[in-house]
Design a protein around this ligand. Sequence first.
Ligand code: ATP
Length: 353
Amino acid sequence: MTIALSIQDVHVTLGHNEVLKGVSLDAAPGEFVTLLGASGSGKTTLLNVIAGLQHVHRGHVLFDGQSVERRPPRKRKVGVVFQSYALFPRMSVGENVAFPLRAAGRPKAERRRIAQEMLDLVDLGGMADRTTDSLSGGQQQRVALARALAANPGILLLDEPMAALDKQLRERMQVEIKRIQQRVGITTLSVTHDQAEAMTMSDRVAIMHHGRLIQVDTPEQLYRRPVNEYVASFLGEANLFPADGQGPLGSGMTDRATGTAVIRPEDLVVLDPRQGADRWHVRGVVSLLSFQGSRFRLELATPGGQTVVCSLPPHTDVSLLLPGSEATLGCAEPRHVHIIDTTEAGRLVELAA
Ligand SMILES: Nc1ncnc2c1ncn2[C@@H]1O[C@H](COP(=O)(O)OP(=O)(O)OP(=O)(O)O)[C@@H](O)[C@H]1O
């Protein structure tokens, strides 16, 4: 049974630190939501609040509409996978997975059956009798996931579960865990500071900063429509330009250009300098050109001291773009430019959200 989660205006103070400053977040049944933020932003604290490991000083936590603030962790039906997996070394793989069922006093035959089902689910069907230290990092992590799911929790919490894996394995496991999560259909809250992981796995991502959620949205909306400069720069690379409605950004790009324009590297193109004058453009000297397999990365140093990052398709003729040469960049598609409203009115809208 998968359940809906609602966090309402949660405040937590630890020592003199107000670690959560009024966090509100809902997750629908079966939804995968990721908390993404820099170290110390409060992600783990929020996860602990849901698991019942952290007391809430103000606000409410509801599972399927029921307040759970007074419910102890073992009665919350929450499955947790930690970064360190925390497998029991003296138990076999099967015993590890069956552990939560044993703790709940379930009969042996049932424990065996469910443990086997869970191991099949994570593609470790033949490994029940192995010792945990004979498994690879990725396999150990799947055992931890099987164990977290064994007691049929209503919510799954993932606390940086991929952090200990190398990059290649991490990418494989992201897809793998997402596949299992979808198959089980369990409401999942994950914590990470890896933006690629958040984008790959989540239905929605909640950007956390200094104990607040600043934007909760689909990965695509966060990338295309960030509410402020922090989100724009945190998720993917962003070129930020002032847009005051008067300058070239106002004329060539959009008619509501007041604030900060966000232009993603892949939305910039190289212009012929003779053609650039009548549309928005930026001039400078190429400071870096590097081939990265599927794209070229070009960095342009402007006279104003800004570094503009541009990502070009792999078949671009770059013979005139060598470092030291002058270049002009323009916007491929003006409608792809996103304007963050940094005026007083815009800030008020953001504060109210
Ligand atoms: N017991 C405590 N007393 C005082 N401050 C604490 C305590 N525990 C955590 N903090 C502070 O609370 C803030 C949030 O910590 P939290 O672990 O939730 O952040 P995080 O986003 O999960 O960080 P990380 O990515 O590094 O795990 C940090 O500034 C941390 O120093």
